[in-house]
Design a protein around this ligand. Structure first.
Ligand code: HEM
Length: 530
């Protein structure tokens, strides 16, 4: 895709800027690094859970039971998707698992969904739905724990209510499982694959499945979990290797009660052909899982249109913001060079074009490195401001700015000639301020002469009663005698009283709507001088 695209820019950032320097502080991957990291649950438990050697970050919490977060996230993704009905195309990955009604079902017992929600939903905003967030968390968890890279598409929508039940349970028959997976859009062979791909992580816990897993009385496994394979925090084909070798401890294969041995019935349902092929080839297992995981995450209700697979942009500006300060436009941001590490001899030059077609340049300074996919990829970041990282680049406001490009070691990076478009038609003015008690604010929006926007508005960002992000447009009244800042800009103003309000600026120009990137609150405005 071509930058800027606010939604894809942000999904791409969450997907690929996972660790290290990152202007988006969502960093889901920090919760699954290392893969043995645990998060607390609502069930009382010991401090020496056998489920992981996780760091003790949770010890300060009074009552908890540590669970492996990455598996929970992944399981959550499956349980959210498993309500899908391919006939009427309802259900699927739509974050309906967040509803207490779904969590309370027997099919979702012992899941800790409520506790993972805080982490999984951290990146949610106007461009990132809860369902996209679940998909991203699952992908990041799998990739960072030895799994294959998984194609990610964005654009899932969040359900407004719980879906019909439909998560398969271990005591159900093979026929009902085949039917359940068919309802979710998967063949019998794909069902075998998906269950094996899922059960390379985690295990079954006595507390929730006492008839499947006995109390273990093991000081190193205080949560009484019998794992699906011997490498239960890592993605690998041991689930198949151990099953074919006959050494598996999978409690849904080797459980004492055959009624609940659902993995045994599923894995053996084609004469072990699929499982044998997985046992023979770690590569086949990984590529099959990558495909099935992606399809699982892309199982969405009718009417949801997913984006193309999001791949990293090779050169990407991030959190670009323009603010009018008298006669200058303060431009801030950073640019990411994908698949690069720090190199002190590299030169990165930013070139920007103004309304008259003239260009100016600035040499950028190295800011840091980020990485993703368990360190497989790294990216080098450069601040727009050559001397002050948190400072800005001051551009001449009258000349304005229409686009940027970058020159990296002499090579021009301009998205194949289109450049990186910047819009300076409207932006926040530094004169915006707050005063009084209780605090009230005044937002001044600088509007460029000659642009003639049909509307200028605040995009207030709130949540509805079921936690979905809602953007409400609040129009600024066009001023009859606008305050003139300079020969290029006038101010449109609005008084604000709601301290909790978070907003972007928006404008409609020639029938097209534009939004600024940075979320504002008047609490951060300087004190009014008058
Ligand atoms: C017939 C289909 C399936 C059945 C009957 C089944 C059953 C179960 C059961 C009983 C547990 C133990 C839960 C607990 O102790 O809290 C479990 C765990 C798990 N399942 Fe499945 N499962 C099925 C398919 C899948 C699929 C398709 C995936 C993902 C692709 C998946 C991923 C997981 C994961 C990651 C865990 C571990 C959770 C943890 O350790 O916290 N399962 N499954």
């Amino acid at each position: 895709y071509v930058w800027p695209n606010p939604q894809l820019d942000e999904l791409e950032a969450i997907r690929f800027d996972q660790v290290g320097f990152n202007l988006l502080s969502t960093q889901l991957s920090t919760f699954v690094t290392p893969c043995t990291l645990f998060v607390f649950d609502t069930v009382a438990g010991g401090t020496t859970s056998g489920r992981s050697d996780a760091a003790d970050w949770i010890r300060t919490v009074g009552f908890y039971l540590r669970r492996n977060l990455q598996r929970l996230i992944f399981w959550q993704a499956y349980h959210d998707m498993a309500t899908y009905n391919s006939t009427d195309q309802t259900g699927g990955l739509d974050a309906s698992i967040r509803f207490a009604e779904e969590q309370a079902r027997a099919e979702n017992v012992g899941n800790g969904f409520a506790n993972t929600a805080n982490v999984v939903f951290a990146p949610v905003d106007r461009y990132v739905s809860m369902a996209d967030s679940i998909a991203l968390a699952a992908i990041i968890a799998i990739e960072n724990c030895g799994g294959p890279e998984i194609a990610f598409r964005g654009g899932r929508l969040d359900a407004g209510e719980a879906n019909a039940p439909g998560v398969p349970q271990p005591q159900q028959s093979l026929d009902s499982h085949i039917a359940a997976f068919a309802r979710q859009g998967f063949t019998q062979t794909e069902m075998i694959g998906l269950v094996a791909c899922g059960h390379t992580f985690g295990g079954v816990q006595h507390a929730f499945f006492p008839t499947i897993v006995p109390a273990l009385n093991d000081p190193n496994d205080t949560m009484d979990v019998t794992h699906f394979d011997s490498t239960y925090v890592t993605f690998d084909n041991n689930i198949a290797v151990e099953y074919i070798a006959g050494t598996t401890q999978d409690p849904l294969v080797a459980g004492a009660n055959d009624t609940t041995n659902s993995d045994k019935r599923i894995f053996g349902s084609d004469g072990n052909q699929t499982m044998a092929s997985f046992a023979n080839s770690a590569e086949l297992f990984a590529s099959t899982c990558a495909d099935l995981y992606a399809r699982m995450l892309d199982t969405v209700p009718a009417g949801v249109v997913l984006s193309d697979v999001i791949t990293p942009l090779s050169v990407k500006p991030n959190i670009v913001d323009l603010v009018l300060d008298g006669d200058t436009i303060q431009l801030s941001g950073a640019v990411r060079l994908w698949n690069m590490t720090e190199d002190s001899s590299r030169t990165v030059i930013m070139v920007w074009t103004d309304h008259a077609g003239s260009t100016s340049t600035s040499a950028l300074t190295f800011a840091g490195v980020s990485s993703s996919t368990g360190g497989k990829y790294s990216a080098a970041w450069y601040w727009f401001n050559p001397t002050n990282p948190f400072g800005v680049l001051s551009l001449d406001a009258i000349a304005g700015v229409t686009s940027m490009s970058f020159v990296v070691d002499g090579t021009v990076e301009d998205q194949g000639g289109v450049g990186f478009a910047l819009q300076d038609a409207f932006m926040m003015s530094q004169t915006s301020c707050s005063s009084g008690a209780p605090l009230t604010g005044r937002i001044d929006v600088a509007v460029r002469n000659g642009v003639n926007p049909t509307r200028v508005y605040l995009e207030s960002i709130t949540r509805d009663s079921v936690q979905r992000v809602v953007v409400t447009e609040i129009d600024l009244t066009p001023p009859t005698n606008p305050v003139v800042v300079n020969s290029a800009y006038v101010l449109w103003s609005m008084n604000l009283t709601d301290q909790s309000m978070e907003f972007n600026l928006g404008a409609e120009i020639d029938g097209v709507k534009y939004s600024t990137t940075r979320v504002l609150s008047f609490l951060e405005f300087p004190e009014c001088s008058d």
